[in-house]
Design a protein around this ligand. Structure first.
Ligand code: SF4
Length: 316
């Protein structure tokens, strides 16, 4: 059984155990503030991807320092990633982003600043400026991105009100590559309307674009969202747990073995949701996936054979 774990990936990159520290700053999203829309994506709650959002009232340095010691002790971590996790962080004015990168870089043992964001909030100029900031100030820090894509199926993207399509994602990854900035991608493998074909295409597109890592989620239905209303009205149907597990395994079979996997499914507090992980603790499903991998001698990338002229005839 094997898949390429993100923890292993970070250890290779930084030489020691490296752990992410969540940082929240005051930011919103163009799909909420009226720029593109006000409703947001149908699965997203008012506080974005996290379930409480008061931390942004404390400074970046205080947020990192308050968690660093505990995380170091609990997980034996020696280096840290300042992970700006909520909403669309690169939607902030460039000067704010620069300030946050500089602040995070001041904290001892922080080796990376990771901004989570939407693909249409990445521009060449922004990444060029951030890159210049790091080089000109000789900051000993890497900049990385986590892009919410959720699915490569642009019909589904429209149906869940993402307000961007696949093209913006491809463009964002290409810009990041230009500046040698590594990209992680968030995907939900069981969005209503998506089939196993979409799951496979997710893996293929992600692999072709040579992203650095991925984070998989099983869709949960958060209260007070558009999906919550549709779920209660019986307008959306969720796939079974077994189908989700099959989708994870199939996705990983098609995924390049060089792409690290941060997560096989997400978690959410029960009191905030109408449906989460089929009523199971996330760790139970995670274990089920691992058990299934063990049983079939699973290997990430065993079907990664479709790029680089697959249809060419062998002519020596
Ligand atoms: S882009 Fe992200 S923060 Fe904005 S509405 Fe969608 S999920 Fe929420």
């Amino acid at each position: 059984m094997s898949y390429y774990k993100y923890s292993e990936h970070l250890k290779r990159r930084y030489g020691v155990k490296t752990y992410k520290i969540p940082v929240n700053v005051e930011v919103t999203c163009p799909n909420r503030d009226g720029n593109l829309g006000t409703e947001g994506c149908f699965f997203c709650g008012e506080t974005g991807a996290v379930f409480e959002n008061t931390e942004h009232k404390r400074t970046v340095i205080k947020q990192i320092n308050s968690l660093k010691e505990n995380i170091a002790e609990k997980y034996n971590a020696e280096k840290f990633i300042a992970y700006f996790q909520n909403f669309s962080n690169t939607y902030l004015p460039l000067e704010d982003l620069k300030k946050y990168v500089k602040k995070a870089a001041q904290v001892e043992d922080v080796v990376e600043v990771c901004f989570s964001t939407r693909p249409d909030c990445i521009s060449d100029n922004y990444l060029k400026e951030l890159n210049n900031l790091i080089e000109e100030n000789d900051l000993d820090i890497n900049l990385t991105l986590e892009l919410g894509l959720q699915t490569v199926n642009y019909h589904t993207l429209k149906d869940i009100n993402r307000k961007h399509t696949l093209a913006e994602f491809i463009n964002a990854v290409m810009i990041a590559h230009k500046y040698d900035i590594k990209v992680g991608v968030h995907l939900i493998l069981n969005l209503p309307g998506d089939t196993m074909d979409d799951v496979i295409e997710n893996a293929k597109v992600i692999s072709a674009l040579k992203v650095d890592n991925i984070k998989l989620h099983a869709l949960y239905i958060r209260k007070n969202t558009q999906f919550a209303e549709m779920y209660e009205n019986g307008e959306i149907k969720l796939e079974s747990k077994e189908e989700y597990i099959n989708r994870v395994l199939t996705f990983l079979e098609y995924l390049s073995p060089d792409i690290a996997v941060q997560r096989l499914l997400g978690r959410a507090p029960e009191e905030e949701t109408l449906f989460v992980n089929w009523g199971n603790h996330w760790a139970q499903i995670h274990q089920k996936i691992l058990n299934k991998m063990n049983k079939i001698n699973f290997k990430q990338g065993s079907k990664y054979n479709y790029l680089d002229g697959k249809a060419l005839r062998n002519i020596d």
